[in-house]
Write a protein that binds this ligand. Structure first.
Ligand code: ADP
Length: 341
């Protein structure tokens, strides 16, 4: 698997200094379908390689409170198909304090944990970085977030399931939009990124897609809807990302009403995206990434994230993954606009 010279350097330095016998695995930040498949892969690959594995509960909270339990092969039975995370996840303000992180590291050492696999988003990776930078505690990251907003990987665990869940909802909404000749505005998640919106939008045949990069404006959307109506279109669906500018779905509905007097129905999908059984794609990548994370630690490579590039597994320095913005391509938004005329 390809990895950068930077990681090589860290790898050799670290590898010479310590052998790994016991690893910890935790999920942190927003949950994402497929996290369980990644945990399962970490546990089973690690045990297969002769390591012991400890599950850390609720992310950094469990590290601080020493909620850690040894995991066996059978503990991973029947979880690959389940959404959420069996290890629980969490957000910890306390972990932002240096002295609290010291306590977390003391707890890890007290359990004889030598290295960690962190499954989470960019915030969780920032936390992971501090463990390496401040304490030389080896960590490898596995990108788990429905938002797909992590630089260095084309794909993050949970994204495919979230897109398919939202798509299922849009297909249903379209039936109602069509029956009532209505305009619907469907708001999808994604924080400040437009990946879910653009993918759901094109797959669901949306008339317009609003993303936080402001590729579409209210004026353009209104013109497009009017044009389509003249050509005989009677119902439309606008997909909008929660972080879209200048506002959220209800703001968009007000703006459209003001401009053309059209009364749009708003549907905010919200946390429904997060749950549910992971798709095959999420399970496969989660399994591969979890396995690669263990291999990475065993080869002495840490402070990296496992990523996907052109369908290949790659390793990206965590510093790069958290310090670089993943750009959203305008291509899908433009194409959707052409296809929905
Ligand atoms: P996600 O991993 O989904 O992006 P968050 O941004 O909420 O989720 O981050 C998860 C947790 O990671 C935070 O609650 C905090 O405990 C930890 N974290 C985030 N940023 C930092 C940081 N700069 N230093 C230390 N820990 C951090």
């Amino acid at each position: 698997m390809p990895f950068s010279p930077f990681c090589h350097l860290i790898a050799s330095l670290w590898h010479n200094s310590k052998e790994i016998r016991r690893i910890g695995v935790y999920t942190s930040g927003g949950d994402a379908p497929g996290m369980n498949a990644a945990i399962r892969a970490v546990v089973r690959v690690a045990i297969g390689k002769g390591l012991e594995v400890f599950g850390i509960r609720s992310g950094y909270t469990g590290m601080i409170e020493s909620q850690m339990v040894q995991l066996q092969l059978r503990d991973m039975a029947n979880i690959i198909q389940r959404g959420g995370t069996v290890l629980k996840t969490g957000r910890s303000q306390d972990f932002l304090k240096r002295e609290v992180r010291q306590k977390a590291v003391d707890n890890l050492k007290a359990q004889s944990i030598d290295a960690l696999v962190c499954i989470g988003g960019d915030g969780s990776f920032r936390g992971a970085r501090t463990l390496w930078e401040e304490h030389q505690f080896p960590v490898v990251g596995v990108p788990g977030t429905i938002d797909n907003d992590i630089f260095g990987s084309e794909y993050t665990i949970g994204f495919d399931t979230a897109v398919n869940t939202a798509l299922d909802a849009i297909d249903k909404i379209r039936d109602t939009a069509d029956s009532h000749d209505r305009l619907f505005i469907v708001e999808v998640m994604g924080r400040n990124s437009g990946f879910i919106a653009s993918h759901v939008g094109i797959a669901g045949g949306a008339e317009e897609i609003f993303t936080p990069d402001a590729l579409t404006t209210v004026d353009k959307a209104v013109d497009h809807i009017r044009e389509s109506q003249k050509k005989g279109k009677r119902s439309s669906i606008i997909v909008t990302a929660e972080g879209q500018k200048p506002g959220r779905a209800y703001d968009l509905a007000v703006a459209i009403r003001k401009k053309i007097g059209l009364d749009a129905k708003v549907c905010i999908l919200g946390h429904i995206h997060r749950g549910g059984a992971p798709t095959a794609m999420d399970r496969i990548w989660a399994s591969r990434m979890g396995a690669a994370a263990v291999e990475s630690l065993l080869s002495g490579q840490c402070d990296v994230m496992v990523g996907v590039d052109h369908n290949q597994m790659v390793f990206i320095p965590l510093e790069t993954a958290v310090g670089t913005e993943k750009k959203h391509s305008p291509e899908l938004v433009h194409l959707s606009s052409i296809l929905s005329t």
